[in-house]
Design a protein around this ligand. Structure first.
Ligand SMILES: Cc1cc2nc3c(=O)[nH]c(=O)nc-3n(C[C@H](O)[C@H](O)[C@H](O)COP(=O)(O)OP(=O)(O)OC[C@H]3O[C@@H](n4cnc5c(N)ncnc54)[C@H](O)[C@@H]3O)c2cc1C
Length: 406
């Protein structure tokens, strides 16, 4: 791959980033996955424990600043490189990517929309993982329909007082801050014009004092996506200074900040899905060559070959769609439809491949001793995050019409 010298790359300060760098990063991560993650993932996933030690190692690789510009201490990786890393890690354990992915989306909001003072304050703390976090958009009564959120921020001199509840927030317990979507004007029409984004820490980084108004609720129990915490967060009389915490310094832009990161967010989910689809294929192909029925490996039965053929084709198509969207993103081209297609197709491929891998394994696919039952539990989340696949198809169709008016 040629060095990226596009304007987008230059803006991010990573124009001299080369193919050799990319190979080196992927190589280091591959070896780490083999050495540290593969031997432990089954146990940790089943026990649903937060992987503290692996998180410390990910900090050392700079993964918490992977997509942040070098000028703020990040690695400044291109989306295409980042997507390859995410796919690689997801082959071993998709949950690990959730720990740094929504954190990086929080960082991207600050880098893209924050004031220079906010960037200089928050980003160096984010890239080291000193403060880790995620995105707090969803509420008990509003997920897809984000304009229906109720968390409210009321101006009070130089600060805002925030009250409300968020749910399903990844990294909500183990993280130290979230990018918090709120309403600052309840009467705005359309409602999105009255929404704002705050960087909301649990502890004031300067004083080390805990904000009493930021409360962490219970850790939500889930089908899969184990290891990483998903939590309910409650804000009551939670007061934040405007200059440091209201992203961009002005209210009213929060909705656009939330949806503005969706292209990259969808490429990320597509990459996670590619990892799951690929692992399911690898597990199925390997098992089919060793398991024998009626005197021959099941890989020689045509019914199994049909499955493997479909799984391999889906995986490759998902990889290509994801690469295509990431390439367009890196080139600064419009890629909302491409990212939506990649996310939609790759996530459905992950679900289909996980199911087929389970069938190829027969009864053993249902056993907790084989990785395919985990892939089967992880894959459906890919159809929900970053815009459900129902919405994805609607968005793709709308963009199709917009780009091809008659
Ligand atoms: C494990 C996990 C981790 C998560 N992490 C985070 C996080 O870190 N931060 C965060 O903010 N949120 C997070 N979420 C929340 C996630 O983003 C929402 O669940 C998602 O946006 C869907 O919202 P909902 O659950 O309220 O479903 P709803 O919006 O209630 O949708 C229900 C169903 O209706 C469909 N639907 C809704 N509107 C339409 C429409 N107009 N047309 C057609 N179909 C429609 C949906 O596709 C879906 O099938 C997480 C969720 C899970 C499960």
């Amino acid at each position: 791959m040629a060095p990226d010298t596009t304007p987008a790359a230059r803006d991010r300060g990573d124009a001299d980033y080369t193919a050799t760098d990319e190979c080196a990063i992927l190589d280091v991560i591959s070896r780490w996955l083999e050495r540290e993650v593969a031997p432990r993932v089954m146990q940790m996933e089943h026990d649903d424990v937060y992987p503290h030690e692996l998180v410390e190692q990910m900090k050392e690789f700079g993964l918490f600043g992977a997509t942040v510009s070098q000028r703020y201490g990040g690695l400044g990786l291109r989306a295409s490189t980042y997507a390859r890393i995410v796919a690689l890690i997801s082959e071993q354990w998709m949950s690990l990517t959730g720990i740094f992915n929504s954190h990086l989306m929080m960082a991207a909001i600050v880098e893209k929309h924050g004031t220079e003072e906010q960037r200089e304050y928050w980003l160096p703390r984010f890239v080291t993982g000193e403060i880790r976090g995620g995105l707090a958009l969803t509420e008990p009564d509003a997920g897809t329909d984000l304009q229906g959120i109720r968390t409210r921020a009321t101006a009070d001199g130089d600060s805002y007082r925030i009250d409300g509840t968020k749910t399903w927030i990844s990294n909500g317990i183990e993280g130290g801050a979230v990018a918090l979507l709120v309403k600052t004007d309840l009467d705005a029409t359309p409602p999105r014009r009255g929404m704002s984004m705050f960087i909301a820490p649990k502890v004031d980084p300067d004083t080390g004092r805990r904000h009493p108004g930021f409360r962490t609720g219970r850790r939500l129990e889930k089908l899969g996506y184990h290891g990483i915490d998903s939590a309910e967060l409650t804000f009551e009389d939670y007061t934040l200074d405007t200059r440091r915490h209201l992203v961009g310094g002005q209210p009213g832009r929060g909705f656009y900040m939330a949806v503005g990161g969706l292209e990259l967010g969808r490429i990320n989910v597509a990459a996670r899905s590619v990892g799951i689809a690929r692992r399911a294929l690898d597990e199925a192909a390997a098992y089919a060559q060793t398991r024998k029925t009626f005197g021959k490996p099941i890989a020689e039965h045509q019914a199994i070959q049909l499955k493997l053929g479909e799984m391999a084709t889906r995986t490759r198509a998902a990889e290509l769609l994801t690469e295509d969207a990431a390439r367009a993103y890196d080139a600064g081209e419009r890629c909302d439809m491409e990212a939506g297609m990649a996310k939609y197709f790759a996530s459905e491929s992950a679900v289909a491949n996980a199911m087929e891998a389970m069938r190829v394994h027969g009864g053993y696919g249902y056993s907790r001793e084989y990785p395919v039952e985990r892939l089967y539990r992880e894959a459906p989340l890919m159809c929900i995050g970053e815009g459900t696949n129902e919405m994805q198809r609607i968005v793709i169709a709308r963009q199709l019409i917009e780009r091809n008016p008659v």
